[in-house]
Design a binder for this molecule. Structure first.
Ligand code: GLU
Length: 466
């Protein structure tokens, strides 16, 4: 029988879902999907001071937006407190953990002393029970912490899915506090018990956790738990080579929704940060899942590249139907004070989507079709709407008024007729038409713009300039 692959995403809800977290989640999710396994979501909310319900909400929304459905969870670590305490009792019982009555000041003094001797600062093992050792008298005025009795010899070693074999000498590891003086279990311990109880087979996480892994492995072993396979993904750097942070712009995944990125573009782009499949840059989520066997994870940090993200987004915008885009852009137009129902928004999308990088670009471009007309600035009018230009515009207006069909091919033909009647070139009419009718010098193809604006609007605006 083969074991079901079980992965998890275990964010601490101390902030929004940032790009690094989303990318880690995506890898865990895709790995589970690739193996028809189970993807678990666990909210690590034991840091009461820094965890907030808003952050939980933002994480859930972000995952939902990216389309990462969870099979189990969200589990909340805080709600598993009783179970964590039970596991601590198990370790005390089996002699793998002990009460330590050293005060924080005493521990600091031990560390200071070690530092002074040029050694790694650490707890000196005062309360660590050993065969034949007499422990100090238990002070009556103090609640003890509980420490894990880390093996002092040998090594802890694992084959990291990303980094290859990593080996740490056990004497490098301190006797970790697994429960505080008030009895609350500590971070690394909760992670261990939860990974065990949730039968996690593969832990994919950021490489800022590499130092925690040997500590977690020794505890898992002491509990008699199966040790999962670990994979530590390198961080994402900003375009300047520094660790990605707020300075580099939007780092919450939901900000990208606000800025007009499509979730499928985000997934495609994030998947390529630290993972590759040959030279493939554009792939569907199904292909990603099919290919993601965690073999091609990069050992080095990846770099955030906003230009490439825009390129990927532009690709997915072109893939979407006009109706889909219209539905996504309508609320953005409303937010800009426009009335999307005033135009055939799907047709506007068709006109604009070839050149838009974001949904917000589409909304900006669509504004002229569904918001109050803003005449061109006077200087621009003076520069473009010269007497000769007006003569062309007047002729065009006359021909257009006689049209019984108002569509792009007819308008294109009418523009050409006007030009040849005056022996003029396209810009001589195209630019004045744009400025007079849209108030702007640059627009998409003017015949299509006129068709979408409608006959009445076009003629009224032309008349106002003649
Ligand atoms: N809760 C940890 C974090 O948000 C992740 C723990 C883990 O993946 O083991 O950084």
């Amino acid at each position: 029988m083969t074991t079901t692959i079980r992965t998890r995403f275990a964010p601490s809800p101390t902030g929004y879902l940032h790009l690094g977290g989303a990318r880690t989640a995506l890898f865990s999710w895709a790995f589970a999907r690739h193996h028809q396994g189970v993807f678990v979501l666990r909210i690590e909310d034991t840091d009461l001071e820094r965890s907030t319900p808003e952050a939980v909400e933002a994480i859930l929304k972000g995952m939902d937006w990216l389309g990462m459905q969870t099979d189990e969870g969200p589990f909340y670590q805080m709600q598993r407190n009783a179970r964590h305490k039970e596991a601590i009792a198990q370790l005390l019982e089996s002699g793998h953990a002990y009460y330590c009555y050293s005060s924080p000041e005493e521990v600091e003094a031990m560390r200071e002393k070690a530092r002074g001797l040029g050694l790694k600062p650490r707890y000196d093992g005062t309360w660590r029970p050993e065969a034949g050792k007499t422990l100090p008298t238990i002070p009556t005025d103090r609640q003890p912490v509980i420490r894990f009795k880390t093996p002092q010899s040998g090594v802890t070693s694992w084959e990291d899915m990303v980094k290859g074999r990593i080996t740490i000498a056990n004497d490098e590891l301190d006797d970790l506090i697994i429960a505080r003086a008030d009895g609350t279990p500590t971070y690394n311990f909760c992670v261990v018990v939860d990974d065990w109880d949730m039968a996690i087979t593969h832990v994919i996480r950021g490489d800022d956790h590499v130092n925690n892994t040997p500590r977690q492995i020794v505890i898992l072993e002491a509990l008699g738990a199966q040790v999962p396979v670990y994979g530590h993904v390198p961080m994402i750097l900003g375009p300047d080579g520094e660790k990605l942070s707020k300075r580099h712009g939007a780092v919450s995944i939901l900000d990208y929704d606000l800025q007009g990125y499509l979730p499928e573009a985000m997934v495609n782009y994030l998947a390529r940060l630290g993972w590759s499949h040959g030279n493939d840059e554009i792939f569907s989520v199904e292909q990603f899942i099919e290919w993601f066997d965690a073999k091609n994870l990069s050992r080095s940090a990846s770099q955030w590249d906003p230009k490439k993200l825009n390129w990927v987004n532009a690709h997915y915008i072109k893939q979407r139907s006009n109706a889909d885009l219209a539905a996504l852009v309508a609320p953005r137009l409303e937010a800009l004070g426009a009335d999307p129902s005033a135009t055939d928004l799907a047709a506007v999308m068709d006109l604009l989507k070839g050149r838009a990088e974001t949904l917000n670009d589409l909304a900006q471009g669509a504004l002229m079709f569904c918001s109050a007309f803003q005449a061109a600035p006077t200087e621009l009018q003076a520069e473009v709407l010269t007497d000769s230009a007006k003569a062309l515009l007047a002729d065009f207006a006359q021909r257009a008024a006689a049209l019984t069909t108002w569509d792009t091919p007819t308008l294109s033909a009418t523009i050409k007729e006007t030009l040849s009647a005056h022996n003029a070139k396209m810009p001589q009419l195209g630019i004045p038409l744009r400025v007079a009718v849209t108030g702007q010098k640059q627009t998409p193809a003017i015949d299509a713009v006129l068709a979408l604006l409608g006959k009445d609007t076009v003629l009224t605006r032309l008349q106002s300039h003649l």
